[in-house]
Each structure stands twice: as structure tokens, then as C-alpha cells.
Design a protein around this ligand. Structure first.
Ligand SMILES: Cc1cc2nc3c(=O)[nH]c(=O)nc-3n(C[C@H](O)[C@H](O)[C@H](O)COP(=O)(O)OP(=O)(O)OC[C@H]3O[C@@H](n4cnc5c(N)ncnc54)[C@H](O)[C@@H]3O)c2cc1C
Length: 403
């Protein structure tokens, strides 16, 4: 069977779009440049909005059988004191918590579910180098390996923040900007499990820890562009800063941060494409709008884009109709939530992260944080925003039932 839709990138956006289109009977091929999904530098949060979608697809029970931790409260430590700032437990949704699952496990799950559909194909370790054009529209892809070009009725760019559509200047980018980058590394973990996600803010220092059961995955925020300068201070200095941020935790054990080769610098970007499509080509997920890690919502926004894409395009694609005239509808649908979330991330970057990393003295939490900690009812508001987001998608009933 020829592939109708070629999806570049097997991240959350690409895998979910591939799964949904294949469920609708569309011949789809997802092309991923890495050999597996086992990469460290991905977030671990699966939010209630994504689990709602899994529920609509009848996949939630199977998803929750995979190893994960459940988090229904958001906490932050500011200047040595812990504050509760979000409560998801009251959400009216099938899974009112954040499932902490390494992203490679989540992607393995989507791959296993998609494999049940004969029109789904996944090609690993095959970087895409560019697009082919015919008759004024994108008509397929070129592989980096020199393998034969492949034609498709629609190409979906789901290849993340350094997407080909950006590198090849096919679609213009509007930069919003971020004041920080992140060093991403592991530290050993001992002791009893506690909260699966922890954050600490103090003068000049911001750290987030994810409990991956056998080690801590650490995100150490640094001022944008200062990677080399911070690296020169040495890995022992960085590890000691994390220990100071979480004096109650036990970091003893083997492995972790031993040399600068163990440090991965993740450049944080906040931007979006002015136009997400051109004839024959649609960008979704981080390729269309690079998200800051704030709130841990990028994965979930990528999944919502995939659902909107399938809701709008699967029917006509399955009926072998042209879809170029429909591509703008995906952007029309998803631009509003993207704008709102990016505006929230920008505000948090300016009000908190830029100030903290700029060395502003942090003696106690800002008043909104203190209010949330004091009045439990108020915590439901950030809980709802983080958990369910803005304008959440619902899988069309025709897609929820496989053919
Ligand atoms: C430090 C950091 C921490 C984060 N933490 C979280 C978090 O905890 N929770 C959260 O929700 N979000 C988090 N985010 C944001 C989140 O990672 C992204 O928003 C999300 O991964 C976007 O999904 P995507 O599928 O659009 O793109 P990606 O996840 O970037 O996937 C793109 C895929 O395309 C592949 N690819 C790229 N180029 C090619 C090519 N030429 N050919 C073939 N394949 C290609 C890549 O290998 C990759 O698999 C974080 C971001 C950062 C920077």
C-alpha cells in the first residue's frame, strides 16, 4: 500500500497523529531519525488531558498498567520552604493526576498500540533530509541516507523545535524568547520514594528533580548562553548546588554526574510559526510552536495538535480527497491554546526565572504562591490549567472507534 501521509518525527505529536490516522484507515508512515525512543532529554509528564484522549480511544487501562507514578498535587520549595500550589485531585476527568512516565515508555506504548493497525508503519533510524516539491506543493520527502525519495499526499512535520521546516526556511518563525537554558543530568538516588517531581527556587538557583526510581533526573536552570561558563565551574560544583537545593534528599550511590560528558545542555526556546502549513505540508507540535519546559505541558500540547489534525483531516484523507484547503483549520483550532500557554510561560519566565537567575534576592515566595498555599480551594485553578489546559480536544467519535 502506498503511504498517503508521511510524518517526519516520532515524538509525541508524530506518534499520536500516526496512530489516529491509521485508526481511520489512512496509510501513514512515521519516520524517526533515532534508532529507539530511549533518549534522556525528554519530559516525563502525561497530563489528565492526554489521558482523557487515551480513555476516549479505549487505551487508558492499558496505559496505566505500565510503570508510572501519580501526582495530584504540585509543590514548589521557595527559599527553603515548601508550598503547595496546585491540586488536580478534583478534576472531573478519568485520570485526575499527572502520570510520571519516562517519555520513551510513553512512546513505546503509542508504538505498540499503533502496531495493531495494518495501515501504520514506523521507520526508525532514518533521518529525513528535506522535501520534494511538485506542481507548487510539497509532494514527499528525501531521506538523508540517499534512499529513494518518497511521495506522499500530505507531509506532516512533527520533528520538534529544530524542524526541517525551520532549517530550510519553508515556514517563518516568530521568536518569543526564553531567558534560560537547562543542564540535564542524573544524580544517584537512595532512600524511600517521595514526590515524583520536585522544584526548588532560591537566590540565583533553580532546580527541578524527576524521580526515575533508580536515579534523579535533574534539570538545572542556567542563564541563557552561559553553558560554557557554568560547565567551567565543574560538575562537583553543579552537584553540590543540587544537594544544597534539596538538603532532605539522599543522593548517595554510584554513577551520576562524574564528568562534563554527563551534562546535556538543552537550549530552551519559546516561539511559533507564523503560518503552520503550505500546500502539501503541515507542522504540528514543537515544530509549529517550541514550548518552554514551564508547567511541563509541551508533550500534552503536541498530543492535542495531533488529535485536532486527525479530527480535521482523517475523514477526507480516508476518502482520498484533497486536504490542502483544510490545513489552515488545524492552525485556526490550535493557535488560541498555543498563544495562551506561551503567554503564561513567557510571564513566568519574566516574573520568576529571569529574576531568580539574574540574582534577585529570594527571601520568600511571591504573594500568589503564598495565597495558593494558604487557600486549598484556590489551588484547583492552577490544577485545572496544568491538568486540562485550554480548549482541550476530544477525539471525534468516528475516530474513537477503529474501522
Ligand atoms: C528541558 C526540557 C524539559 C521539558 N520537560 C517537559 C515535561 O516534563 N513535560 C512536557 O509536557 N513537556 C516538556 N518539555 C517540552 C516537550 O519536550 C516538547 O514540547 C514535546 O516533546 C514536543 O513534542 P513533539 O512531538 O512536537 O517534538 P519532539 O518531542 O521534539 O519530537 C520530535 C521527534 O522528531 C525526530 N526528528 C527530528 N528531526 C528529524 C528528521 N530530520 N528526520 C526524522 N526524525 C526527526 C526527533 O528525533 C524526535 O523524536 C520540555 C522541554 C525541555 C527543553
Amino acid at each position: 500500500m502506498a503511504d498517503d501521509v508521511l510524518i517526519v518525527g516520532g515524538g509525541p505529536a508524530g506518534m499520536m497523529a500516526g496512530l489516529l490516522l491509521a485508526r481511520a484507515g489512512v496509510a501513514v508512515k512515521v519516520i524517526e531519525k533515532h534508532a529507539d525512543f530511549f533518549r534522556d532529554f525528554r519530559g516525563d509528564t502525561v497530563h489528565p488531558s492526554t489521558m482523557e484522549i487515551l480513555d476516549q480511544l479505549g487505551m487508558l487501562d492499558r496505559f496505566l498498567k505500565r510503570p508510572h507514578d501519580e501526582l495530584d498535587t504540585a509543590r514548589i520549595r521557595v527559599a527553603g520552604r515548601e508550598y503547595v500550589i496546585g491540586d488536580l485531585s478534583h478534576l472531573d476527568t478519568p485520570a485526575p493526576f499527572i502520570a510520571m512516565m519516562p517519555q520513551w515508555d510513553f512512546l513505546d506504548f503509542l508504538r505498540d498500540e499503533a502496531a495493531a493497525f495494518p495501515s501504520f508503519k514506523l521507520v526508525m533510524e532514518e533521518p529525513v533530509a528535506g522535501f520534494i516539491e511538485a506542481g507548487g506543493r510539497v509532494a514527499g520527502i528525501r531521506y538523508e541516507s540517499g534512499r529513494e525519495e518518497q511521495a506522499g499526499r500530505l507531509v506532516i512535520a512533527a520533528d520538534g523545535r529544530s524542524s526541517l521546516v525551520r532549517r530550510l526556511d519553508l515556514l517563518a518563525v516568530e521568536t518569543i524568547g526564553a531567558p534560560m537554558d537547562v543542564f540535564w543530568f542524573r544524580l544517584p538516588r537512595s532512600g524511600d520514594p517521595g514526590d515524583a517531581l520536585r522544584g526548588s527556587i532560591e537566590t540565583g538557583r533553580m532546580v527541578v528533580l524527576i524521580d526515575r526510581r533508580t536515579y534523579w533526573q535533574c534539570a538545572f536552570l542556567i542563564p541563557k548562553g552561559s553553558g560554557e561558563e557554568i560547565k567551567a565551574r565543574g560538575v562537583d560544583w553543579i552537584a553540590s548546588e543540587v544537594r544544597k537545593a534539596f538538603p532532605d534528599l539522599d543522593f548517595s550511590g554510584e554513577g551520576g554526574l562524574t564528568s562534563s560528558a554527563d551534562l546535556h545542555l538543552l537550549e530552551v526556546a519559546l516561539d511559533r510559526l507564523v503560518c503552520w502549513h503550505r500546500p502539501g505540508l503541515l507542522a504540528i507540535g514543537d515544530a509549529a510552536h517550541a514550548m518552554s519546559p514551564i508547567g511541563g505541558i509541551g508533550i500534552n500540547l503536541a498530543i492535542q495538535d495531533a488529535v485536532a489534525t486527525a479530527n480535521i483531516l482523517a475523514g477526507p484523507l480516508a476518502a482520498r480527497e484533497g486536504v490542502d484547503h483544510l490545513l489552515h483549520k488545524v492552525q485556526d483550532r490550535r493557535l488560541f491554546p498555543t498563544r495562551i500557554i506561551q503567554a503564561g510561560q513567557k510571564a513566568a519566565q519574566e516574573a520568576v526565572i529571569g529574576r531568580v537567575l539574574g540574582g534577585a534576592p529570594i527571601t520568600r515566595a511571591a504573594w500568589p504562591v503564598r495565597m495558593l498555599d494558604r487557600y486549598p480551594m484556590l489551588r484547583r485553578i492552577p490544577g485545572r490549567l496544568i491538568g486540562l489546559g485550554v480548549r482541550r480536544e476530544r477525539v471525534r467519535s468516528s475516530l474513537a472507534r477503529p474501522p
